[in-house]
Design a protein around this ligand. Structure first.
Ligand code: SF4
Length: 295
């Protein structure tokens, strides 16, 4: 459902989106890189509003959030589209496609009602990248807050500072992907910038939003011990020692379907490096039960 977008400005006969660091410049009828925001008659509109492509009730631990409302269920929603191009995308069916009349039409009021009726104390903006459905997330989060529900952002953190600042007062918790710790790898792996994500993490921490971080360890991409050590040291030196860190195991997907799953030994090495650097809450993700028995 086309809806006026936030965060843009006119530039001569084009409009520039100011929502994420791509800062797409769009002439008449052009869409931005995310495929969701379009210059329509000299205004920026979003095609994601009210058009929900994925809606589930998940255990909150699936986000993953291990230290926030543990044992509860969260109403989780996503749309089509993404501002990243992750080679390993695990939701490409929705994130790397645009709405074409599909999806469920659900307003912010209806989403909040669904959460209440299903006894979910929170709503999670997740599955694809919530930044690209900012307006739906923002309006839903406002109503959710009024109804006494918590708001959870599950994101890559590739957002400009001003839109993030406007969202902060409505956020209760976030899980942010820290995809690797080398700038060039970040660009090649997903088309985002490490420096932006680091700043997002610092902003969320400073604002007092409950924060957890996830790193998917991908063989040959971001799984060398020195890079993981650098990441853990940076986290420790920047106030994240109490922030839960999840090292998730990669399984072949999307454009990296030729790779093998992450060896369990690599997950163990990462956990150990994190502990050595003083990070207090570090968890493996996507591992079999035998992982814990061997330990
Ligand atoms: S949100 Fe979409 S349109 Fe806006 S700058 Fe980012 S990729 Fe471009």
């Amino acid at each position: 459902m086309p809806h006026d977008a936030l965060w843009w400005k006119k530039e001569k006969d084009a409009v520039r989106c100011l929502l994420c660091p791509h800062r797409c410049l769009m002439t008449e009828n052009e869409t931005g890189l995310c495929g969701l925001r379009q210059n329509t008659a000299g205004r920026l509109i979003t095609h994601a509003y009210n058009r929900v492509a994925a809606l589930h009730i998940d255990p909150i631990e699936k986000k993953p959030l291990y230290h926030f409302l543990p044992g509860t269920r969260t109403l989780s929603l996503g749309t089509h589209g993404c501002n990243l191009r992750c080679l390993h995308c695990q939701n490409a069916g929705i994130s790397q496609t645009v709405p074409s009349g599909g999806g469920q039409l659900l307003t912010p009021h209806q989403l909040v009602d669904l959460a209440l009726k299903n006894n979910c104390p929170s709503i999670s903006y997740t599955y694809n990248e919530p930044v690209v459905f900012y307006e739906l997330m923002y309006n839903t989060a406002k109503l959710a807050r009024e109804a006494g529900l918590k708001n959870i952002l599950v994101s890559s953190g590739f957002i400009n500072p001003n839109p993030l600042r406007q969202l902060l007062p409505l956020l209760d918790a976030a899980n942010i992907d820290l995809k690797c710790f080398r700038s060039e790898t970040y660009r090649n792996l997903c088309g985002a910038e490490l420096a932006v994500v680091k700043q997002t993490l610092k902003t969320l921490l400073k604002a007092g939003v409950w924060l957890e971080i996830t790193t998917l360890l991908i063989p040959g991409q971001n799984d060398n011990a020195s890079e993981i050590n650098d990441m853990c040291r940076w986290l420790a030196q920047n106030g994240f020692t109490e922030t839960p860190l999840h090292f998730s195991r990669f399984f072949p997907a999307h454009r990296l379907s030729h790779l093998s799953p992450t060896p369990l030994s690599m997950i163990r090495t990462a956990l150990s490096l994190a502990h050595q650097n003083g990070l207090r809450f570090v968890y493996p993700g996507n591992v079999p039960p035998s992982f814990y028995q061997i330990n």
